[in-house]
Design a protein around this ligand. Structure first.
Ligand SMILES: Nc1ncnc2c1ncn2[C@@H]1O[C@H](COP(=O)(O)OP(=O)(O)OP(=O)(O)O)[C@@H](O)[C@H]1O
Ligand SMILES: O=C(O)[C@@H](O)C(=O)CO
Length: 429
């Protein structure tokens, strides 16, 4: 029982912290690295290593190259089991990147079957007969059909993945799962022998995920969301692969100073969390990309305001805006530039404020936003601590030589309850 038993390659930053948190729930000590560079530095202290990449929306050949480099880092640590983690809403386009990346990783590992388990029931993402639901709605009627980068216009995952590959795709459906892990394993082997490379897995609840976890506990490679992580970790502990721990570190309470929240996500969940913070009388400012593009000094003004405001309480700064305001900014500046202006401003604010004694901890909302802020702060790795809400843990951000940067929470846009910011700002998180 030495060294990590599971390695994860995640296609975005908040998705990486999501699965890292789910593995902690299952009793694992988990570290997350930003890219593969810090893996040799930190892997030895963990049961699972999660490598965060930013490959979800880049061209497939680049995503494949970066994912293979991450796999090399995991193999150098002799980690026996690997998951490719993608979004529980299967975020991808007809070009990829789920099929190209998973196929390249499977080939490098000598695996001829790729089980996919995207479901995350705790956050409402379930798969039935190969169709992905978000809460009560089919994926393509859930709002995801209007996603700016990867509009998800078909809930049938076998069909959707089929647009990304010529390989055969089979379905392991709910009825098969109900026969238990042995029957599932036998069926997977039969599908492999019949020529399938990919198998989309149903899972409508945590019981189904436990069956998947039992069936896959000896599989060297599989792909999917973070839902499988807790039951898999429990299964690996039960079978003696690592010694489970029950008390993850609570990094947020280790510092004085107030919470700084930076939000770039424009998701419904994040907008509601911002309103709850405002209703509670929290100190709050909005940044607007059009105004910023005309007055670059505005960022410094905000930094000056926030460094003072943080002395008396938590602060929230958001680019996040309603769809019509985002659309207006995108029309004026272009989609890419509008986003970059917000990301650059939030990154500058984080860089300036994080080192002040009045800043006790940092919360960032949104995957792209988190990627920008984490890069600006020079974060190389995160130790994963207690869970705030499903898929969102407190972490301790470390620099390239293991130096402490700040307690940090990275929140996927749609994750967290309405009081998420309140709890990170005023405690009980
Ligand atoms: N007012 C605004 N106008 C235009 N773009 C904005 C505005 N506010 C934020 N943005 C941009 O919108 C994008 C939001 O993406 P991000 O990945 O951070 O959130 P998300 O998609 O909700 O999160 P996740 O990927 O975790 O689901 C960022 O690039 C951000 O800079
Ligand atoms: O799987 C999820 O839903 C999240 O971890 C994520 O990747 C959101 O972008």
């Amino acid at each position: 029982m030495t060294g990590p038993v599971l390695g994860v390659i995640a296609d975005d930053f908040t998705g990486a912290t999501d699965i890292a948190s789910m593995l902690v729930r299952g009793g694992m000590r988990v570290v997350q690295t930003i890219g593969p560079g810090a893996v040799p530095l930190i892997a030895a202290e963990a049961d699972a290593v999660v490598i965060a990449l930013k490959t979800r929306s880049i061209p497939a050949p680049e995503a494949v190259a970066q994912s293979l480099a991450a796999l090399d880092a995991l193999r150098a640590e002799k980690i026996p089991q690997v998951q490719f983690k993608y979004c529980s809403t299967f975020d991808s386009t007809p070009e990829g990147n789920i099929a190209p990346v998973s196929e390249a990783l499977a080939a490098a590992l000598g695996c001829s079957l790729i089980p996919h388990v995207p479901a995350l029931p705790v956050n409402g993402r379930t798969v039935y007969k190969g169709h992905l639901f978000v809460g009560p709605a089919l994926l393509h009627e859930s709002g995801m059909q209007a996603h700016p980068l990867n509009p998800m216009t078909d809930a049938n995952l076998v069909r959707w993945l089929g647009r990304q590959t010529r390989q055969r795709i089979d379905l392991a459906d709910h009825q098969l799962l109900s026969q238990g892990p042995e029957a599932l394993l036998t069926a997977l082997e039969r599908m492999r022998q019949a020529g399938a490379l990919h198998v989309i897995g149903d899972a409508i609840d945590d019981d189904a995920l436990s069956i998947w976890a039992s069936a896959l506990s000896d599989y060297p490679f599989f792909a999917g969301g973070s839902g499988l992580a807790t039951p898999l970790a429990s299964r690996l502990a039960e079978t003696g692969r690592f010694a489970a721990q029950n008390t993850p570190p609570g990094f947020a309470s280790e510092t004085n100073g107030n919470t700084l929240i930076l939000a770039g996500s424009c998701s419904a969940a994040t907008l509601a969390q911002i309103e709850a913070f405002r209703d509670k009388g929290g100190q709050i400012r909005q940044i607007e990309p059009i105004a910023l593009s005309e007055d670059p000094k505005a960022v410094q003004d905000l930094i000056d305001w926030a460094s003072d405001a943080l002395k008396s309480g938590p602060v929230l700064i958001h680019g996040s805006a309603r769809q019509e305001d985002v659309a207006a900014a995108q029309r004026a500046l272009g989609v890419g530039r509008a986003g970059q202006i917000v990301e650059a401003a939030l990154s500058d604010i984080a860089r300036s404020l994080v080192k002040l004694p009045q800043t006790g901890r940092l919360v960032v909302a949104g995957g792209e936003t988190s990627g920008a802020v984490v890069s600006a702060l020079g974060v190389a790795a995160l130790r994963i601590g207690t869970e705030i809400d499903p898929g969102v843990p407190w972490t301790l951000a470390l620099g390239p030589s293991g130096d402490r940067i700040t307690p940090l929470a990275l929140k996927s846009g749609n994750f967290g309850g309405p009081d998420f910011f309140l709890r990170t700002a005023w405690g009980n998180a």
